[in-house]
Design a protein around this ligand. Structure first.
Ligand code: GTP
Length: 430
């Protein structure tokens, strides 16, 4: 980590009333004094005239944010400038002249991590919070940002540390008369922890589903009205609708907010036997999407009852009868008309219920990324190895592997190689 003083615009681009520039680093105090006169009281908004030499740059609200109680843990300040390219450009020039440099993407949050203000899980949660499009994503990111997942993993690491200490006592003093319960208690502790990790992993991918969005695929025979349904759900003409069977060739996706959850709905080619090579490729892709989906809406029109979709569990399929303006839906089947809009409210409500069921988590903080799943899987496998180990030394080594895997999740140990991947995806100014 360099000791450079960095700056970036914290607000978005485009015409606006205010642009906020953030500055962080050891020269923050002297730079603020140079452009705004004496330092304002910490963390209090103060109106100042900003100057570069004799040139008046702007009249701006200034926040002096001395470390360590700042976002990055370093001295920093914010300038709430009148938005305008000339002001921003000239203030940036002044900051560079006074020894600051533009920040890299995610550099503020990376400094917060380096200075121990947040751990790696919280840094990821900040990225998720900025990306959040739905209420469920926002809530999940806030919970993780508040440290819910960190506390769970820290608690496991603490328990592992105790188990490891007992294990090392068994290794170091094999001839001492340690009570036999020590080893029994140690093995029970390992088994308990492994079971908790198993439960955490077997959560139906809830956290990951909320984060990336639930994938809903509309499948069915040609002309069933799949593209029409996608369009009415999206509220726009995303997919081409014609009365020619076999119109949709490639999958088309739109993102929707379903009861506060992010859902990605995909329209696919109609499923039928065909000689047409392009349509056949479309059908192959459709089946690929169907198999990957979290939920399939199997659309059909009476009286053409469809055969069940191959390789898709029935509980992942919602059968829907379209064109009820022409033929009524049979009892027990959800009927809609994509043309008149009849039944669409009921369909949206049913989709929202199914999506909520997929993402409902019973209180515990869910893991939200493949990185977390990989780390907990490694720790769980190492604990299973420890349970099987024939020698105390092997058990000790397996416990240390589990500790390291947990430590990498929060960023407590050896994560240099991960930092580019985690912080590189941030925007500049965060
Ligand atoms: N009467 C009536 N016609 C509908 C309804 N929904 C769709 N259609 C018509 O059915 C035809 C096929 O609709 P699409 O939405 O293109 O059907 P699709 O399932 O996407 O068709 P492919 O792309 O061939 O697989 C069009 O002429 C639509 O206007 C409906 O609820 N009622």
């Amino acid at each position: 980590m360099s000791d450079a003083t960095i700056f970036a615009r914290a607000t978005g681009a485009g015409r606006a009333a205010i642009t906020i520039l953030r500055v962080s680093g050891p020269k923050a105090g002297p730079i603020l004094e140079a452009i705004a006169g004496r330092l304002p009281p910490p963390r209090l908004a103060s109106l100042r005239t900003l100057r570069h030499g004799t040139d008046v740059l702007d009249h701006a609200v200034v926040l002096w944010l001395p470390g360590p109680r700042s976002y990055t843990g370093e001295d920093g300040f914010e300038l709430h400038l009148h938005a305008g390219p000339a002001i921003e450009h000239d203030v940036a020039d002044a900051l560079v002249t006074l020894g600051a440099r533009p920040a890299e993407p995610g550099e503020f949050t990376r400094r917060a991590f380096t200075h121990g203000r947040i751990d790696l899980l919280q840094a990821e949660a900040i990225a998720d919070l900025i990306e959040a499009e739905t209420s469920a994503q926002r809530r999940q990111a806030l919970t993780q940002g508040d440290g819910a997942l960190s506390r769970l993993y820290d608690d496991w690491a603490q328990r592992l540390r105790t188990i490891l200490a007992h294990q090392e006592a068994l290794i170091d003093f094999p001839d001492e008369d340690l009570p036999p319960e020590v080893e029994a208690r140690l093995l029970t502790g390992i088994a308990d922890l492994r079971a908790q990790m198993d439960a955490h992993l077997n959560d139906g991918h809830r956290g990951e589903l909320v984060r990336r969005g639930i994938s809903i695929v509309i499948a069915g025979a040609p002309n069933a009205g799949k593209s029409s349904l996608l369009n009415v759900l999206a509220g726009r003409d995303a997919a081409i609708v014609t009365d020619r069977a076999g119109t949709t060739r490639d999958a088309i996706s739109v993102t929707l907010d379903l009861g506060g959850q992010r859902a990605v709905i995909t329209d696919t080619a109609g499923l039928r036997e065909t000689e047409d090579a392009i349509e056949a490729e479309g059908i192959r892709r459709a089946m690929f999407h169907v198999k990957q989906a979290d939920l399939v809406v199997h659309l059909y029109t009476e009286p053409d009852r469809p055969a069940p979709l191959a390789d898709v569990p029935v509980e992942d399929v919602l059968t829907v009868c379209n064109k009820t303006d022409l033929h009524p839906a049979p009892d027990g089947v959800l009927g809609i008309s994509a043309t008149t809009g009849a039944g669409l409210g009921a369909l949206q409500a049913e989709l929202a219920i199914r999506v909520t069921r997929l993402t409902h988590s019973a209180g515990a903080a869910p893991l939200t990324r493949a990185r977390h799943r990989a780390g907990i899987t490694e720790a769980r496998d190492a604990l299973a190895e420890a349970e099987r180990a024939a020698w105390p030394e092997l058990r000790g080594e397996a416990l240390r592997v589990a500790m390291r895997a947990l430590g990498r999740l929060t960023g407590a140990v050896g994560v240099e190689d991960l930092l580019e991947a985690v912080f590189g995806s941030f925007c500049i100014g965060k």
